[in-house]
Write a protein of this length. Structure first.
Length: 229
């Protein structure tokens, strides 16, 4: 059985087109027409494709509620493409953003990339070599794809985990925004991606219990990027 994907959009025609595309790729697809229905169906999904402008509950609020029950990747599929909208989507817990109108090939490529990383994150595929990274009071486990701080589990989204793992794998190495984006999101870098990186780093620091004015693990190197100390 293929991965389970939830497509959420108040436009029935878009839902039907995306459903056919995904089913042709071998995925099992569920549909929801509004944010409330999305939250009710999200828990057992491997990926959620989420519109922003919907009745009853918008996509940003739905995303925040979905994050309370699952860390499955969330792909925003929407006509709202301003940088501030993207930043709000990522700060709500989204993993990627695809603007309408969209290319069918690009949608499928984004879905496959997100699912592959999620399968590694959930331990359904083999991770890279090495078992654990222990730095300061953090333990990053490859085999279980978990992060612990002082023996307490840290609940990260898949993208947050991938960023932390990449940086921790290369301590002291400075990664530019472009290098981070291309390594994690597997897509071409654009200047607007800087907001994406910034929001994910901020969320990651917050979950690690770090004072943003005095970060302990992920340091900002002004004008250059980020590094793990």
């Amino acid at each position: 059985m293929g991965s389970r994907i939830l497509i959420v959009d108040d436009n029935q025609e878009i839902r039907e087109v995306v459903t056919v595309l995904l089913e042709n790729e071998g995925y099992e697809v569920e549909e929801a027409g509004d944010g409330e229905a999305a939250v009710a169906k999200a828990e057992d999904m491997d990926l959620i494709i989420l519109d922003v402008m919907m009745p009853k509950m918008d996509g940003f609020k739905a995303c925040r509620q979905i994050r309370e029950v699952t860390n499955a990747p969330i792909l925003f599929l929407t006509a709202k493409t301003m940088d501030q909208d993207k930043a709000l989507g990522f700060s709500s817990g989204g993993d990627d953003y695809l603007a309408k109108p969209f290319s069918y090939n690009e949608l499928i490529a984004r879905v496959k990339a997100l699912l592959r990383r999620y399968c590694i994150y959930k331990g359904k595929e083999e991770p890279q070599e090495g078992d654990q990274i222990i730095m300061h009071d953090l333990i990053i486990s490859r085999n279980s794809n978990q992060v612990k701080k002082k023996e307490e589990a840290v609940n990260l989204t898949e993208m947050e985990y991938q960023i932390l793992l990449l940086l921790a794998d290369h301590p002291k190495k400075i990664f530019s925004n472009q290098e981070l984006y291309e390594a994690i999101w597997k897509g071409p870098y654009m200047y607007s991606a800087n907001n994406t990186i910034m929001v994910h780093i901020r969320n990651l620091r917050k979950k690690l219990g770090v004072d943003p004015q005095n970060p302990v693990y992920i340091k900002t190197v002004w004008g250059k990027g980020y590094r793990f100390d």
